[in-house]
Design a protein around this ligand. Structure first.
Ligand code: ATR
Length: 281
């Protein structure tokens, strides 16, 4: 029997993509699990996304991670979509199969794994506040509701977008919508920042009363140190404040498993990502 020594090709595709940690993360997964892969970055402007994806798979590429701003379009590029990608209306993982390119979405699973396994936060029967009603929020609502919280409130600047999401996801669990000026509870167990405010170093106008000494504040965004949201949450006394590095590593692990059928151990990889981030500060 002959064994091929040619590395199978994977990449992250986005715009911009030069900052992406995915090659570092997948490189560590591959080393740890002894998988012979080559993982690169592909920068694709929106008008060039479909062509680049087509060229990648036509030349034998095996899988792509899709990042901002292409996740919604990627759902249309995939020939088949998993139910969780269908619910999210977005795809972050493309997989070459014999019958065409399949699309999946591992973001929500990555978030839930980070919350439950890495941070020890049991979502069942909790009160959750999700900030934002864009693509990032949509991508994680299904898996969050599947974990059976007591209820989940979506707050958005433009309340009608939150209402749309609550209507759409209502069949999956106890979900309701509000604006930032009519958030219902005194304290939430978990506040998840799914807005893009941190990218502009801004904090959504969450009332202080929503945060208590046991509240976990989680920013899906991540940066070199604290984000504007985690800095703010710590300053007003949140029990814990975390940014999205763990979600990034866990969603990558889920993609790696879809591609290679092997589940990497994420703990040392998350530590390596944190170390890399510290040394670049
Ligand atoms: P993404 O795919 O990252 O979710 P998006 O679909 O553009 O991007 O959605 C961005 C989200 O962040 C929206 O919920 C947006 O609120 P609006 O729908 O009211 O625009 C929210 N957002 C962006 N900047 C914000 C800010 N400074 N404060 C509060 N919410 C903000």
């Amino acid at each position: 029997m002959s064994t091929s020594t040619t590395a199978e090709r994977y990449a992250v595709i986005g715009f911009p993509v030069s900052h992406s940690f995915s090659p570092f993360i997948h490189g560590l997964f591959a080393k740890q699990t002894e998988q012979n892969i080559l993982y690169t970055r592909i920068e694709a402007a929106p008008e060039d996304f479909e062509r680049q994806v087509g060229a990648f798979f036509q030349t034998g590429g095996k899988g792509l991670n899709v990042t901002v701003p292409h996740k919604q379009v990627a759902a249309f590029v995939a020939r088949y979509r998993t139910p969780r990608a269908e619910i999210a209306g977005a795809v972050n993982t493309l997989i070459a199969q014999t019958d065409g390119v399949h699309g999946d979405n591992t973001d929500g699973a990555g978030l839930v794994t980070d919350l439950t396994r890495n941070l020890g936060f049991d979502l069942a029967n909790t009160r959750i506040l999700v900030l934002g009603a864009g693509g990032a929020a949509r991508g994680v609502l299904g898996p969050l509701l599947a974990a059976a919280p007591e209820y989940l409130e979506v707050a958005n600047r433009n309340q009608s977008r939150a209402t749309e999401l609550a209507n759409e996801f209502g069949m999956l669990g106890n979900i309701r919508a509000c604006g930032f000026d009519n958030i219902s509870e005194d304290h939430f167990d978990l506040i998840l920042n799914a807005t893009s405010a941190s990218l502009q170093d801004q904090v959504p106008p969450v009332p202080h009363k929503s945060i208590g000494p046991t509240t976990l504040c989680y920013d899906m965004a991540y940066g070199k140190g604290d984000t504007a949201f985690t800095r703010w949450a710590k300053a007003i006394g949140a029990g814990r404040a975390e940014c999205g590095w763990g979600m990034l590593v866990e969603q990558a692990a889920e993609s790696f498993y879809l591609w290679r059928g092997v589940r990497p151990d994420t703990k040392p990889v998350l530590e390596a990502v944190r170390e890399q981030k510290r040394s670049s500060m």
